[in-house]
Design a protein around this ligand. Structure first.
Ligand code: ACO
Length: 334
């Protein structure tokens, strides 16, 4: 029996910064409204004409993670890619990574769990390593939201929160089972799928039907019942963090760094207050990047590590909640 541990982290954000002031030129919104409700000041959106996509950004982040792990692409045994904005309806982005990084014909798997996607993907990779099947797994979260958002006033309740970006880690075999990923906890509640959804195109409502629709059909834009999602998020975030701590006989005092999915700064602040954590024990970067869904936790983890906020032996807690509903946590001893 082995544990798995993160031995390399990387991130890639498109250079193009879109501020709240930029958004207020596209739709009826304001910097004041966005900052007050979400904490977001700016986000990155892939500019027109760029070659970046979820897979391409994921590959860029992955290259950095592999290099920082001190490995080469040929050392990677498996790929797990989390996204809700894949380049193609099918195949998934995982196989594109195999090609883009010119890797051997290793297996590749896509995870479709939206904001919990990275934590789910990490959990999948962790199981493959714990059983001894693979030694080094590339886990990627990437999102290209901006091209699929309604950039008119009609879409303002959703569009202002999302950003593009990618993060990646190399998860590797750890012989010491007191270190690395101690546990992961996964949940879902499908009855609320329609509370945060891109409903089409689906096989049941395919492209010609949308094009021929006489009424205005905007089911290809994300729909979110923001208040409902918010209320569920704060409850589920807390539950799944407590579940992780209890499983490992830890208390909130043992948390050295909490990295919540960057959905809304107000959600993170609520959780921080509930757990009585000081500012240095919660990492947030939503102010700069917005909500990058499956990429957000791994981008934040990478940035926290780059800023020297993670030390050997620290207890790091990752937690996420999003569309599905799905929610998840991971407790890591670094
Ligand atoms: N600018 C200005 N006004 C706006 C904007 C905007 N961008 N968006 C909405 N409004 C207006 C609404 O029209 C509404 O006006 P009304 O009262 O006249 O009808 C008012 O502001 C309040 O709207 P709400 O939707 O109730 O605003 P709320 O306080 O709920 O904030 C928000 C919206 C920020 C989206 C919040 O609900 C939220 O963060 N929800 C959770 C998001 C989340 O966690 N998502 C999960 C992850 S995402 C994933 O899994 C893909």
């Amino acid at each position: 029996m082995y544990n798995s541990k993160i031995i390399g982290l990387g991130k890639y954000l498109p250079e193009n910064v879109v501020t709240n002031a930029d958004l207020s030129k596209m739709m009826d919104t304001s910097d004041e409204w966005i900052q007050e409700r979400t904490g977001i000041q700016e986000r990155r959106w892939i500019p027109e004409g760029s070659e970046d996509t979820s897979a391409v950004m994921g590959a860029k982040a992955a290259k950095i993670a592999i290099e920082r792990a001190g490995l080469t692409k040929d050392d990677i045994d498996f790929i797990v890619f989390a996204t809700l904005s894949p380049d193609y309806y099918f195949p998934g982005c995982g196989v594109q990574i195999q090609d883009l990084l010119d890797m051997p014909t290793v297996g590749a798997l896509d995870v479709r769990n939206q904001c919990s996607g990275f934590v789910y993907a990490l959990s999948v990779a962790d199981q493959f390593i714990k059983t001894g099947m693979y030694k080094n797994i590339l886990v990627i979260g990437a999102e290209y939201h901006s091209n699929g958002l309604d950039k008119t006033t009609r879409g303002r309740g959703v569009t202002v929160i999302f950003g593009d970006g990618a993060g990646a880690c190399v998860l590797s075999r750890e012989e010491d089972t007191t270190k690395g990923i101690l546990s992961t906890h996964l949940h879902s509640e499908g009855k609320y799928a329609d509370k945060l959804i891109v409903a089409s195109p689906s096989i049941a409502h395919w492209v010609p039907e949308i094009l021929e629709s006489t009424e205005e059909d905007i089911s290809y834009f994300p729909y979110m019942d923001g208040t409902f999602v918010f209320k569920n998020a704060v409850v589920r975030f807390s539950e799944v963090i407590i579940e992780g701590l209890m499983k490992n006989n830890l208390t909130k005092k043992d948390i050295d760094l909490l990295i919540p999915h960057q959905a809304n700064l107000r959600i993170a602040q609520f959780i921080q207050k509930k757990f009585g954590l000081s500012d240095d024990k919660v990492f947030n970067n939503i102010m700069k990047y917005g909500n990058t869904t499956a990429a957000s936790v791994v981008i934040a983890l990478t940035e926290a590590w780059e800023q020297g906020k993670i030390k050997e032996g620290d207890h790091i807690v990752l937690a996420a909640f999003g569309s599905g509903f799905t929610w998840a946590s991971a407790v890591i001893k670094w």
